[in-house]
Structure formats: structure tokens, C-alpha cells
Design a protein around this ligand. Structure first.
Ligand code: SAH
Length: 502
């Protein structure tokens, strides 16, 4: 049985600039052969067991030659596998997708092409440069800057120099001097605005602007390296006005996220949408307690409880999984009042169709106690699912009023983190913010980098979610830079934005 090959355009780099169809292909692939310019984050979407092959392709040091790439994708498909050939931008824009298609046709292997957003258009866009504009350019031209060494390259410079439209050169940094000189020699105005856009659409996008005459010198001064787009034309002058991407509040900022991978998506997505770079260093991992007999018994006796208090999003997930395993659903909770601590716990419950009766003002034990103490009576019985390392405070206080059955659902364990990555960032003052969402993220991060390195954390601004976490940070002799008034992820992000605006 033959497999199939999908030549998929991964878009220009911004994680969200891939097509739905492209993402569907990635999720369904048995093998992914990927390029350097495809955002590596997409590989996390591959299914378990998917084989990942790096095809490299930096212009001078090819990791795999084109012949080898052709052979690999064809061989894997012949084994009956679904192969995704993942390429930066669009597969047919200087991506050699055409050659791969022809080869597959020769081998009689079925294939499809999924177009992608090309960097040639998205790159200028994210640099604030519209590729056409009624007042400035009525056409655009995308040209390879990968020139042959001899003087007789395939490019008709005099024709190009005569065009009024926007010129976009890909793979052209190494030949920038030649490109600008040829155009000027053939009569293009040396004062034509020009831009160099490196790592376009990514958190590390950088842009240099000048004109046709100055751009080569500017490239040298700014040490411009591939991948870079060269844009030449009057539209470049609109950058000052239309630069929406670099204007985003977190653009150029690295924010370290220490939360468990299972729950950090909200924070990383928020950082990304604000233009920042979230560096995931999950210091903790949530480990569900297996074969939890205590939980099982609690669920068998749901009728005996009058209150159910969810203290975290994790408790909601695990509790409902168990409920489902037993063939039960929300109807079995109908007789109880339900409390939810923290906004993500509230939204988890809402997604289960439950509108919590009690939502404490703040997500700390003291506030939960306050919200319950006047409504509870001695005949009540509270079921309190929690983390194994939760403070005893709440259980102890509530027990002074009525019966409380506290049941541990999960452990928070240390996750090995990339210590070198973090220490390097700190050394270069490039970990701009580190976010801590619980005491255990603090303790475990410090355990991971070693107490001898605690002082290095002083080069970053430490953002704590609330007072309990702040206390732990201070216990290590570190300063809490900001703590939001409301203890939520949203508010943490707002703290960072406010700080930058200041
Ligand atoms: N198929 C790709 C282009 C591949 S050729 C596309 O459609 O975008 C590789 C060249 O594309 C690089 O040398 C660089 O000039 C350009 N390029 C691709 N992605 C880029 C990015 N994010 N930033 C700047 N240039 C990029």
C-alpha cells in the first residue's frame, strides 16, 4: 500500500500564520520532514510516534541535499506512511516544492500541496510595509537573490530597475551589494527606500531601513544575517505609520513561564498575542495520583456531601474524569453547593456546564474561608478535592465548623528544566520577566538551577501571582518585582504591560 505526501507551507514564522489544512496535515502525519524556516513549535502537534526528520537547508550548509530529501519522502511514502514535507512560507515560492512534486509523480506517489503564507508578503506586512499601495506601488515582484557566481545571472537587471512596483528579494543578503549596485547602474533612483527584514513575523524580527545607496553599508553595520528579506520601493516609507507588530506591548520581550506544561497554554498564548516571546521552562509537572481509592469512595458517597469546593483547575479535570469513569455526570452533583477558587477553576467548571454558587474574592485559603464561614452549619459536610501539597489552613479552619473530607488528587513534582538555557538568558540580561504562578514553581525552579545560582535571578523582573507565592520568593532573598491586585494570569500579564508602558 502506498502512502501519501503532503507538501505543506508552514507560513513565515508567527505560530498562528499556518493554515487549518496545514495544521491538520501535521497532526495526521506519520513522518514530518521539516526545514529550518518552519517554526519548530509545530512539531509539538505531531502525534505520538511520528518520525521527525530535520532537512536543515541553511543556504550554505545543507543538512540533507535535495536529492536525499526527495528520496526520503518518497521512500517513507512507499512504506505506506503519510508524509508531511514542512517548508517555511509557501512550498512553491523558492521552496523547491515543484521539484519534489515532479519527483513524486515520477515515483507514482500521490501528493497534495498545501499553500502557505509566503514570507515575501507577510514579512513586509509585519514590518509595517504594505507590498502594494494605490499611491506608491501597483505591482510587486518577488526575486531570488541567490545569484549565480558568474556575471551572467538569469536576472534582467535593466528590466527590474525600470519597474515601479515593489521589489522583494529572498535569499539575497549575501549578494546585497551586487543587487543594489546592479539596480543603481541600470538607472534605479539611489534614493529609493529599502528595508531589510530579518526573522520576519517572529518575536525576534529585526528591521533595518535606508535607501538603495545606503542599505549595503547599513547591513554591514547592523550585522544582518539570513533569513532576511530585501524590500525596495516607496512603500517602505509607510513603515513608520503602519508598524503594528513591533508596536505590540511585549514585542522584543522574553517572558519565562514556569508553570506546568499542562496549564501554561493560557499564559503563553497571551504573551504571544501581545507580541512577546514566551520561554517555557516548566519547573513543575502535575502528576495525578493513580488508582485513587479515596477519591473513588468519595464519588461513591456523593449523596453524603452538601458542599463541593474545587481549589484549582486541575482538581476539576481529575474529578470529572473519575466521575465519567464511573458512568456519572454533572447530575450527580445537583444536590450540592459548588465553590470554585480562582478564575481558571471557574471557567473549567463553566465548560462542564456548572455555574459555581460561591466564588471567593481572592484565590487564597483565607478568602475561601471567609466566603464560606457564614453560610455553613454544623450539619454540612464538605468535599474538598486538592493538591497533595496544599496548605492545611483551609481544611483545618473549616473543620471547626463542620465535617470536611479533603482528598488529594495530584502531586506537583519537579520537572527537569533546561538549566543552561535559563542561566544563559540571565547572564545576557535577556530573561526580561520570570512569571511564578505558585510557590512550587519558585521552589522547583531554584532547585533546578541550584541554590548557588539564586543571585543570578536578580537580573530578571520576578512577577508573582499572589501573596503566598511572593512570600516564597522573598524567603530566598529575592525581590518580587510585581504582584497583581487580583491573583489571575490575566492580571499578571497586565502587570507586565503596565511596566513596559512605564
Ligand atoms: N518558501 C519560502 C521561501 C524560501 S527561500 C517562503 O515562501 O517564504 C528562503 C528565504 O526566504 C530566506 O533566505 C529569506 O530571504 C526568506 N525568508 C523566509 N522566511 C523568512 C523570515 N521569517 N524572515 C525573513 N526572511 C525569510
Amino acid at each position: 500500500m502506498k502512502g501519501k505526501v503532503y507538501l505543506v507551507g508552514a507560513g513565515p514564522g508567527d505560530y498562528k500564520l499556518i493554515t487549518l489544512k496545514g495544521m491538520e496535515c501535521i497532526r495526521g502525519a506519520d513522518v514530518i520532514v521539516y526545514d529550518r524556516l518552519a517554526n519548530p513549535e509545530y512539531l509539538k502537534e505531531a502525534k505520538n510516534g511520528c518520525e521527525l526528520i530535520d532537512a536543515g537547508k541553511a543556504s550554505s550548509d545543507h543538512t540533507l541535499s535535495q536529492d536525499k530529501i526527495n528520496a526520503v519522502i518518497a521512500d517513507k511514502a512507499k512504506e505506506g506512511k503519510v508524509v508531511v514535507r514542512l517548508k517555511g512560507g509557501d512550498p512553491y515560492v523558492f521552496g523547491r516544492g515543484g521539484e519534489e512534486g515532479e519527483y513524486l509523480l515520477e515515483c507514482d506517489i500521490p501528493f497534495e500541496v498545501v499553500p502557505g503564507i509566503t514570507s515575501a508578503i507577510a514579512g513586509p506586512c509585519y514590518a509595517g510595509i504594505p507590498i502594494t499601495h494605490r499611491d506608491y506601488a501597483s505591482s510587486f515582484h518577488v526575486i531570488t537573490g541567490h545569484l549565480k557566481d558568474d556575471e551572467k545571472d538569469d536576472i534582467n537587471w535593466s528590466a527590474l530597475a525600470g519597474l515601479k512596483g515593489t521589489l522583494v528579494f529572498l535569499m539575497g543578503v549575501a549578494n546585497l551589494q551586487k543587487i543594489s549596485q546592479n539596480l543603481i547602474r541600470e538607472g534605479k533612483n539611489p534614493a529609493t527606500p529599502a528595508a531589510l527584514i530579518s526573522w520576519a513575523t517572529r518575536y525576534n524580527q529585526s528591521v533595518v531601513t535606508g535607501n538603495l545607496e545606503t542599505i549595503y553599508e547599513l547591513a554591514l553595520q547592523n550585522n544582518v544575517k539570513p533569513p532576511t528579506l530585501i524590500v525596495i520601493g516607496d512603500v517602505v516609507s509607510l513603515r513608520d505609520k503602519l508598524n503594528f507588530f513591533e508596536e505590540k506591548p511585549l514585542f522584543g520581550k522574553n517572558v519565562v513561564v514556569t508553570r506546568a506544561r499542562e496549564q501554561n497554554s493560557q499564559l503563553t498564548a497571551m504573551i504571544h498575542d501581545l507580541g512577546g516571546h514566551a520561554i517555557e521552562l516548566p519547573a513543575i509537572k502535575i502528576e495525578e495520583i493513580e488508582n485513587n481509592e479515596v477519591l473513588s469512595q468519595c464519588i461513591d458517597h456523593l449523596k453524603s456531601y452538601t458542599y463541593l469546593v474545587f481549589t484549582s483547575q486541575n482538581t476539576v479535570g481529575i474529578f470529572f474524569k473519575k466521575l465519567e469513569e464511573k458512568g456519572l455526570d454533572t447530575r450527580s452533583l445537583g444536590h450540592m453547593k459548588i465553590a470554585a477558587v480562582g478564575p481558571s477553576t471557574v471557567s473549567s467548571l463553566k465548560s462542564k456546564g456548572i455555574n459555581p454558587d460561591i466564588i471567593p474574592q481572592r484565590a487564597v485559603g483565607e478568602a475561601v474561608y471567609e466566603s464560606l464561614k457564614d453560610i455553613l452549619t454544623s450539619t454540612d459536610h464538605i468535599l474538598l478535592p486538592k493538591s497533595a501539597i496544599a496548605r492545611e489552613y483551609l481544611t483545618e479552619e473549616l473543620r471547626k465548623i463542620c465535617e470536611v473530607t479533603a482528598v488529594s488528587l495530584y502531586h506537583t513534582v519537579t520537572e527537569p528544566i533546561d538549566k543552561e538555557l535559563l542561566l544563559n538568558l540571565l547572564e545576557q540580561n535577556e530573561a526580561h520577566y520570570i512569571t511564578f504562578t505558585s510557590s512550587s514553581t519558585v521552589t522547583n525552579l531554584i532547585k533546578a538551577i541550584g541554590t548557588e545560582n539564586i543571585n543570578r535571578l536578580k537580573s530578571a523582573k520576578l512577577i508573582s501571582i499572589g501573596p503566598v507565592t511572593s512570600e516564597t520568593i522573598r524567603k530566598y532573598g529575592l525581590e518580587v518585582y510585581k504582584e497583581p491586585d487580583k491573583y489571575t494570569i490575566d492580571e499578571m500579564a497586565k502587570c507586565i504591560i503596565k511596566d513596559i508602558k512605564r
